[in-house]
Design a protein around this ligand. Structure first.
Ligand SMILES: *Cc1c(COP(=O)(O)O)cnc(C)c1O
Length: 449
C-alpha cells in the first residue's frame, strides 16, 4: 500500500497537461453522456488526498460521492480485499456460496436500526438495491404502487429513474418510465412557505393527504425516502416529518424503505441517519460508503418481508462479489476501530462553525449569499441564493465557487434540484489540518467570485 502525503500540492494548472492529454483520449473514446466533475486523472488516493497524473495533490471534499468514507486506500480494505483476490475472485453466490457474503449480512443485521430478526440480499449498485427493495415490498404486500418524494434521488436505471425527481440530467429523453410511481411533497424546511417550524407536520399532512386521495393506501407497496436527501440538495426532512410518514406506513401495511445509500455508514455521525429520529425502517438500502470504494449494495430488513419473494426471485451474477464483501468487512472494521461516527460529528462541528462565519462575512455580497447551512456529520451543504428574502436560487454562484475551489486543488461537488447547493462530503478519516485548509479555499473562493 502506498502512503500518500496528506498535503495539498498544486504544481500545474488544474487540470494539468497530462490530464488534458488524457482527457482528449477520453473524449475520443468514452461516451459523452458520462461526465466528470473535474477531469484530473487520478493515480492514487487515500486519506483526504487525491493525487493526479501531473503530480498535483487535491484535497478531497467529495469522497467519490460519499463512497470512500474510510479513505480510498484504507489499510483494512486493501488487506482484506487483496487476500480475497488471491483466494478467488468469483464463484457467483447463487452457484457456490462463500462466507464473506454471510458475514456482511450478519454485520448489516447488527448495525442497522431495530432489534427484530433481519435478513439481507447483496447487489452491485445503489440503484440495484432500490430496485430490489421495490421487488421485495411488492412481493410482500401484493400491492404495486410506490410513493417517493419531491427532490428524491434513487438512481439511473429505468425503475429508479422513475423514482428520481429531477429531470435534467437524470431522466430527460430516457422515458417511458416505469408506472405506478407517485411523488408527494417532502419537508424542505428552508423553502417551506410557512417556515421551517411548521414544515414537518404540515408537509406530512400534505403527503399523507395526497397518498390517501390520489393513490389509496391499500394500493401502496412501499414508501421510499432518503433520511437526508442527497442529490436533491442535502435536505434534512424537518423534524416530525419522517415519524409521521412511518406511522402512516405502519398503520396501513405499507413497507417503509429508508434509502440510506448516501447517508448511511457513519456519514452523518450515526451508522444510519434515520437513527436521529429513532426511526426503524422496514427495509433499508445501502451502498456507497459500505465497502471502502468497492462496488457493493444491500437491502436489509425485517426477515418476514425479506423472505417474501420466491426462491430464485432475487440475485444477479455479481451480487455480493467476494472481493467487494471483503472490502465491506474492512470498511466496517475501520469505521468501528477509528470511531468514524465520532469523526463525522467533529467534521460537522468544524465545518458548520466555519461556514456560519462565512455566511456572516459574505452576507452583503450583492450577487449571492449563503441562504442555508445544513446537513449532519460529514454530509454538509450550503444553499446559495440571490437574495435572502426571495430565496431565488443562485446556481451560477455554486458553479463558479466550485470552479474556483477546483483551481486551487479542492474537490467539491454541487447538487440540488436548482443546482444551487455546494456539498461537502470529505472522507471521514480526513485530518483536521486538511479540513481547515479546504475551508480556507472555500472562503477565498467566496472572496474571489
Ligand atoms: C447514489 C444513490 C443511489 C444510486 O446508487 P448507484 O450506486 O449510483 O446506483 C440511490 N439512492 C441514493 C440516495 C443515492 O445517493
Amino acid at each position: 500500500m502506498t502512503e500518500i502525503p496528506q498535503e495539498r500540492r498544486v504544481v500545474t494548472a488544474i487540470p494539468g497537461p497530462k490530464s488534458q492529454e488524457l482527457q482528449a483520449r477520453r473524449t475520443a473514446t468514452v461516451a459523452g453522456g458520462v461526465g466528470s466533475v473535474l477531469p484530473v486523472f487520478t493515480v492514487r488516493a487515500g486519506g483526504g488526498i487525491i493525487e493526479d497524473i501531473d503530480g498535483n495533490r487535491l484535497i478531497d471534499f467529495g469522497s467519490g460521492i460519499a463512497v470512500t468514507s474510510v479513505g480510498a486506500s484504507a489499510e483494512a480494505v486493501v488487506r482484506r480485499a487483496s487476500a480475497q483476490l488471491a483466494d478467488f475472485t468469483h464463484t457467483c453466490f447463487m452457484v457456490t456460496p462463500y462466507e464473506g457474503y454471510v458475514e456482511v449480512c450478519e454485520a448489516l443485521a447488527e448495525l442497522t436500526p431495530g432489534d427484530h430478526p433481519k435478513k439481507s440480499a447483496l447487489f452491485n449498485s445503489g440503484a440495484e438495491a432500490v430496485e430490489n427493495a421495490v421487488k421485495i415490498a411488492r412481493a410482500y404486500t401484493k400491492r404495486q404502487a410506490v410513493v417517493v418524494f419531491d427532490h428524491g434521488y434513487h438512481g439511473r436505471t429505468n425503475l429508479t429513474m422513475a423514482l428520481t425527481a429531477k429531470n435534467m440530467p437524470y431522466k430527460h429523453g430516457f422515458g417511458p418510465f416505469a408506472p405506478e410511481i407517485y411523488r408527494v411533497p417532502v419537508a424542505y424546511g428552508y423553502r417551506w412557505p410557512t417556515g421551517p417550524e411548521n414544515c414537518g407536520p404540515e408537509a406530512a399532512a400534505q403527503a399523507i393527504d395526497q397518498i390517501t386521495k390520489q393513490v389509496g393506501p391499500e394500493n401502496v407497496a412501499a414508501i421510499i425516502i432518503e433520511p437526508v436527501l442527497g442529490e436533491g440538495g442535502f435536505i434534512e426532512p424537518a423534524k416530525g416529518f419522517m415519524p409521521a410518514i412511518v406511522k402512516f406506513a405502519n398503520d396501513n401495511g405499507i413497507v417503509f424503505v429508508a434509502d440510506e445509500i448516501q447517508s448511511g455508514f457513519c456519514r452523518t455521525g450515526q451508522w444510519f441517519a434515520c437513527e436521529d429520529e429513532g426511526i426503524v425502517p422496514d427495509l433499508i438500502t445501502t451502498a456507497k460508503g459500505i465497502a471502502g470504494g468497492l462496488p457493493l449494495a444491500a437491502v436489509t430488513g425485517r426477515a418476514e418481508i425479506m423472505d417474501a419473494p420466491h426462491a430464485g426471485g432475487l440475485g444477479g451474477t455479481y451480487g455480493g462479489n467476494p472481493v467487494a464483501c471483503a472490502g465491506a468487512l474492512g470498511s466496517i472494521e475501520t469505521m468501528r476501530e477509528q470511531d468514524l461516527n465520532g469523526k463525522a460529528k467533529r467534521i460537522e462541528e468544524i465545518m458548520k462553525g466555519r461556514l456560519a462565519a462565512m455566511q456572516e462575512k459574505f452576507a452583503h455580497n450583492d450577487r449571492f449569499v449563503i441562504g442555508d447551512i445544513r446537513g449532519r456529520g460529514a454530509m454538509i451543504a450550503i444553499e446559495l441564493v440571490k437574495d435572502l428574502v426571495t430565496k431565488e436560487p443562485a446556481p451560477e454562484a455554486a458553479g463558479a465557487l466550485a470552479k474556483a475551489c477546483h483551481a486551487e486543488g479542492l474537490v467539491v461537488l454541487t447538487c440540488g434540484t436548482y443546482g444551487n447547493v455546494l456539498r461537502f462530503l470529505p472522507p471521514l478519516v480526513i485530518g483536521e489540518d486538511l479540513l481547515n485548509e479546504g475551508l480556507d479555499i472555500i472562503e477565498s473562493a467566496f472572496a474571489q467570485v
